[in-house]
Ligand binder design. Structure first.
Ligand code: UD1
Length: 373
């Protein structure tokens, strides 16, 4: 069978890596990789291909940045002739970025079957672009692979036929486990002159947190208080850097550059690769983030995670993991961080099927579904 896999943005890369490997291990699958180019900087894309040993894409669409409509439309326009030429049996998409939704729509309109990996997650917050991407992608997909039980429940409640839904575990955790040997060798913690378990890691890139300067200011104010007790390192997403540099009143707390982290305060640095980032998180005292994937990675690594959002589409990270969803209120952030610092907790066991074998399960199901066609 011929499968075209489509990736576009940073969080897609760690999800596709184990799937590409599993597909190449099996006979009977011709795998073609398309990179839309939604993320294009070396630090947001190229480095991840190297770190995760993803083969060079067979096709690069080079869509780049744009408004949501422009980005979605460009992916569709440029992917359509590729799918018409290749006529695959299946288009495989992962996650919830604009490239995911655009590729799923392009395929279904050409009557090509679509498989969605990481289906069924719902924040029930339609102001999040990812929630729209998830709803649309799931509505047009033929095979829906879910990471946690909530996904199955949500899809059934939306009327998706149960025989299209497969609870397989989490491919993001496959990547974390298969590269553990590599990231444990990273010396990023020493390079930044940090002491293990005595620093926090911050990431912020959601439009709801970083596009409104007053909200961003509130967050930074709270993080600066936390950083007086526990120094923070903050690899900054390109969409956040400009706004952050404009916050002049935090000059004493925000330190830009790649040198050693300050004893107190926040070291803001360029985005870092996958292996260094996993090493940084695995040795941290806590993580403060608005990322989706990081809620899952901290769950498996047993690192306390404070999610700076009002909701999560990944509730298993709260019920089975180390995650607390605390919103963006500055005083709440300060008090929740103090609780983490004052009361270490024993990390629970990972959620069901987050065992590093999700990609193998998915590929077995694909071969089974398409055999004898
Ligand atoms: C996208 C995803 C988001 C995911 C995030 C991870 C959507 C709707 N959002 O958000 O779900 O969590 O990726 O990073 O798909 N830029 C660069 N270099 C790059 C890429 C982006 O400088 O390589 C800058 C550009 O100014 C661009 C902005 O970042 O306009 C936003 O990029 P975009 O891909 O639109 O969304 P993200 O915020 O990265």
């Amino acid at each position: 069978m011929k499968i075209v896999s489509v990736v576009g943005a940073r969080p897609n890369f760690m999800k596709i890596a184990p799937l590409i490997r599993a597909m190449r291990r099996r006979s009977g699958i011709q795998s073609i990789l398309v990179h839309t180019g939604q993320h294009y900087d070396a630090s947001m894309a190229g480095r991840f291909f190297e770190d995760l040993e993803i083969p060079r894409p067979d096709v690069s669409l080079e869509v780049g940045s744009g408004t949501h409509a422009v980005q979605t439309a460009e992916v569709m326009k440029r992917l359509e002739p590729v799918l018409e030429r290749e006529r695959p049996d299946l288009v495989l998409v992962v996650g919830d970025v604009n490239s995911t939704m655009a590729a799923a729509l392009t395929a279904v309109k050409l009557k090509i079957k679509v498989a969605h990996v990481e289906a069924g997650l719902r924040s029930y917050d339609r102001s999040m672009p990812e929630e729209i991407n998830r709803l649309v992608t799931d509505a047009v997909s033929d095979l829906l692979f879910v990471t946690e039980e909530s996904g199955e429940k949500n899809l059934k409640a939306e009327g998706i036929a149960p025989d299209k839904i497969f609870f397989v575990g989490n491919v993001m955790i496959d990547s974390l486990e298969s590269s553990r040997r590599l990231w444990t060798r990273s010396n990023i913690v020493e390079q930044l002159q940090l002491n293990k378990a005595q620093y926090g890691v911050v990431t912020l890139h959601r439009p709801s947190n970083v596009d409104d300067v007053r909200i961003l200011e509130g967050l930074i104010e709270a993080l600066c208080v936390v950083a007086q007790r526990c120094p923070l390192v903050f690899p900054v997403h390109p969409r956040t850097i400009g706004a952050l540099k404009s916050l002049g009143r935090f000059r004493a707390c925000l330190h830009f550059g790649d040198g050693p982290a300050p004893a107190t305060g926040i070291r803001c640095m360029d985005p870092i690769g996958y292996l260094d980032f996993m090493a940084l998180v695995a040795s941290a005292r806590m993580v403060l983030t608005d990322s989706g994937g990081l809620q899952e990675e901290t769950t498996v690594l047993g690192i306390p995670c404070l999610t700076l959002r009002e909701n999560t589409e990944r509730p298993v990270t709260v019920t089975h993991g180390t995650n607390r969803v605390i919103g963006a209120n500055p005083s709440r952030i300060v008090s929740e961080a103090a609780k983490v610092l004052d009361h270490p907790v024993q990390p629970p066991a990972p959620p069901p099927l987050w065992d590093g074998q999700a990609a193998e399960r998915i590929v077995t199901i694909l071969l089974d579904q398409f055999s004898g066609r």
